[in-house]
Ligand binder design. Structure first.
Ligand SMILES: [Zn+2]
Length: 465
């Protein structure tokens, strides 16, 4: 159901035309900041302004057909209905708490009727004063984020626009940290937000090795190097152009584009060791000077990398949901590989691996090494909270993995006992052996789960990009 307020329902019940009732209530709800957007959209709707040419065509993107979201709001005739949802009290309530780490992107997605990405981003552009500072047309900015939202594939279980919303909110939390914020320029803030929200734009839901193995045109276009990341940042530039925002920031455009591309390219998981090594080196020499532009940009790259893999650092109920979604996307790739008679990537094989196995490896080998350094850099309430959740969630997955191992062992023992009964009927020397087999089996399983992620990384498996 769409989230209309009680007063709207009242209007409808009293037989008032719905549009008129909604306009009145919306005007009452709109903050001064949002009023220009509302009025411009209404004027456009009434035909007082020429229709913008920057429609959400997404022409430069790929795989058009599978992508379009089925939004509740799109079934309604008026943009006003969208605004009605967008400006609803529940949305405002969540946006008021957007600085908190306990943020649930799925909830924002629900209360905005599927528009969490543009709602969050327009709110943050207002909040940071970017619209005023760069004198941006709010309607073009709204179009920019609508285009970006459309550029994500809603059919992907994980790499969709909700992941972009989540990463952007995490990035916003990091930008609020005193050590980072105090020296940031408006251009760096804008590049960070746009970089975060576009970092997986037009993600096809499969990884680079799959694109190469299937001779996808993207692999050829980017010569098998950071194929996805190169595509994401170029798609981001396409949205800036098509929305008309690029035209409005002509003087800073080269620098803005350079920063966006560099931030997105840093999210290539195969470059993880390179970044962690450099970060460790800076920290051990206490050499980071946040007044230095190069150092600041490096910290923004690290911030985006942390934001991108920060699901394990969220509260368990939210974190678990993300884990299930990313694994489902992996397993789908495994299914495609099987259908195409390609070797099935071990991490993507639902017949041989499980969510707890994937997650324990991901937590241990990918997330923890980066977050340890991030916490060393920040040492704030936020980083303490992230580490607390990370450790708690890890124990959750480890106990689930242990339960799986116990169950598997129990099943195998009972299978073995059945065989024993059949094969050695009447023999009386069956004591002791099961125990030995049991411990051996446990060791095998834990070894294989630990080997999982390094193997995946070595084969350039993009765990998250
Ligand atoms: Zn991502």
């Amino acid at each position: 159901m769409l989230m209309h307020g009680d007063d709207d329902d009242e209007g409808a019940r009293n037989g008032q035309p719905r549009a008129a009732a909604a306009t009145t209530t919306n005007l009452r709800r709109i903050s001064d900041q949002d009023r220009p957007l509302f009025e411009a959209l209404m004027a456009e709707e009434r035909g007082e302004l020429p229709r913008r040419r920057h429609a959400c065509t997404g022409r430069f993107l790929t795989m058009h057909k599978r992508r379009r979201k089925k939004l509740l709001t799109r079934s309604l005739a008026l943009d006003q209905a969208i605004l009605d949802d967008v400006l609803h009290g529940q949305v405002q309530c969540i946006l008021d708490r957007v600085h908190h780490w306990r943020f649930n992107a799925f909830t924002l997605e629900t209360v905005t009727g599927g528009r969490s990405l543009p709602v969050l981003c327009v709110h943050l552009f207002h909040w940071y004063g970017l619209l005023d500072h760069f004198n941006l047309d709010v309607v073009r900015v709204w179009k920019l984020f609508s285009l970006i939202e459309e550029g994500y594939h809603s059919t992907n279980p994980y790499h969709n626009s909700i992941h972009a919303t989540d990463v952007t909110q995490a990035m916003h939390c990091f930008l609020q940290e005193k050590r980072i914020l105090e020296n940031l320029s408006p251009l760096e803030i804008m590049a960070s937000l746009i970089g975060a929200v576009t970092h997986d734009l037009d993600h096809p839901g499969v990884n680079q090795p799959f694109l190469i193995a299937t001779s996808n045109h993207l692999a050829a276009l980017y010569e098998n190097t950071s194929v996805l990341e190169n595509h994401h940042w170029r798609s981001a530039i396409g949205c800036l152009l098509e929305s008309g925002v690029a035209e409005q920031v002509q003087d800073i455009r080269p620098e803005l584009e350079k920063q966006i591309s560099s931030l997105i390219l840093a999210t290539d998981i195969t470059r993880q060791q390179e970044f962690i090594g450099r970060f460790r080196d800076y920290l051990s020499r206490d050499a980071l000077d946040m007044r230095d532009t190069t150092h600041r940009h490096f910290i923004l790259q690290i911030s985006l990398k942390c934001a991108d893999i920060s699901n394990p650092c969220r509260p368990w109920d939210i974190s678990k949901k993300w884990s299930m979604k990313v694994c489902e996307e992996f397993f789908r790739q495994g299914d495609y590989e099987r259908q195409l008679n390609l070797p099935v990537t071990s991490l993507c094989d639902r017949q041989s691996t499980t969510v707890p196995k994937i997650q324990t490896g991901f937590f241990k080998f990918v997330v923890t090494p980066l977050m340890d350094e991030w916490h060393r850099f920040l040492r704030t309430d936020l980083s303490h909270s992230m580490m607390h959740h990370l450790k708690y969630n890890q124990t959750q997955w480890e106990s689930k993995l242990q339960a799986e191992i116990n169950e598997e062992t129990r099943t195998e023992i009972s299978d073995a006992e059945l065989l024993d009964e059949e094969d050695i009927d009447g023999a009386d020397d069956e004591g002791g052996e099961d125990e030995g087999d049991d411990s051996h089996h446990l060791a095998d399983l834990s070894d294989s789960s630990e080997a999982l992620v390094p193997f995946a990384m070595a084969t350039k498996f993009g765990l998250r990009s």
